[in-house]
Write a protein that binds this ligand. Structure first.
Ligand code: FMN
Length: 272
């Protein structure tokens, strides 16, 4: 009781001080900081599950968008149920026997036991290291694969771009490209999100007849009269560096050190 009176006495005394008193200013500022930090940390903890759920929903939305299945109608989870998530061993290009549902490729890439460090000559996407296993999303009708979606990422000019590339059932024709996270400049590198530019990727062939990886973002506009146009996409004007980054990251992920062996296996299976 006596202590309580003492406390009240302290607060009362503090509040009765003039507002320009330095002691009052400092103590009020400290108390305010304390209350604000409690509020911020409490909301961070309380909102964490919601943030995780939103992030997952965003990934699903982007996978649906890159395969052309995103519509205003229809629940995202229901639409996404058409996909089967699988995990690939990137070295062999075969499916890995692990629980695909709980596999987090971005987490694995940061874990030295689950990832490999890339040599500088391999690392054209500027990612430093990559997970040994990678997720793929198969859009199936019965046992037939209609499309496959591959997660891809790499450095642009200012940021790492994270996205998805969809392939048709021939594992060569590109169904779409979609980035869900980057910090390139809006109006310049940020035009990677422009639907008109993204649309150009649809129908492009990643590989030529001999299986060589050919897809490229060129500087300027594609000349459709020239052979090889089916492997080329226009560069973004005023954003050559981001365009080059996208070209590099696509080439890394479709190349021999990443999804190349998987895509080759799947193309051989289709051709049989
Ligand atoms: C503020 C600012 C932001 C820029 N953002 C980007 C960007 O996001 N991506 C990019 O490739 N170039 C960006 N640039 C331009 C690059 O510095 C460079 O000039 C450009 O990539 C060259 O492309 P161009 O040869 O098509 O003009 C930016 C320039 C400035 C001044």
């Amino acid at each position: 009781m006596a202590e309580n009176n003492q406390n009240q006495g302290f607060i009362g005394k503090l509040l009765s001080l003039p507002n320009d008193n330095p002691k009052k200013t400092i103590i009020i500022a400290i108390l305010l900081c304390l209350v604000c930090s409690i509020l911020v940390s409490t909301s961070a903890v309380v909102l964490k599950p919601l943030q995780v759920a939103n992030k997952e929903a965003d990934i699903k939305k982007n996978i649906l968008a890159v395969t052309g299945l995103l519509t205003d109608k229809g629940d995202i989870d229901t639409l996404f149920a058409q996909f089967e998530k699988k995990v690939i061993d990137l070295e062999t290009g075969h499916y890995a026997d692990i629980d695909a549902g709980s596999y987090d490729q971005r987490k694995a890439a940061a874990d030295p036991t689950q990832s490999i460090k890339l040599m500088s000559e391999q690392d054209i996407a500027g990612i430093g290291r990559r997970a040994k296993l990678a997720s793929v999303y198969l859009l199936k009708e019965g046992d037939t694969i209609k499309q496959v979606v591959l997660p891809i990422h790499g450095y642009g000019l200012w940021s790492t771009l994270y996205g998805f590339m969809a392939f048709d059932a021939d594992f060569n024709t590109i169904g779409g490209l979609q980035f869900y996270a980057h910090a390139e400049t809006p109006g310049l590198g940020g035009e990677v999100d422009n639907p008109k530019w993204r649309q150009q990727w649809q129908g492009k062939k990643a590989f030529d007849e001999s299986g060589e990886l050919k897809i490229k973002v060129i500087r300027g506009h594609v000349d459709y009269k020239v052979a090889g146009a089916e492997h080329q996409v226009d560069g973004l004007s005023g954003a050559t560096l981001t365009s080059q980054g996208v070209s590099n990251l696509v080439n890394y992920w479709l190349g021999d050190h990443a999804f190349g062996p998987y895509l080759k296996n799947m193309r051989s299976a289709v051709e049989k």
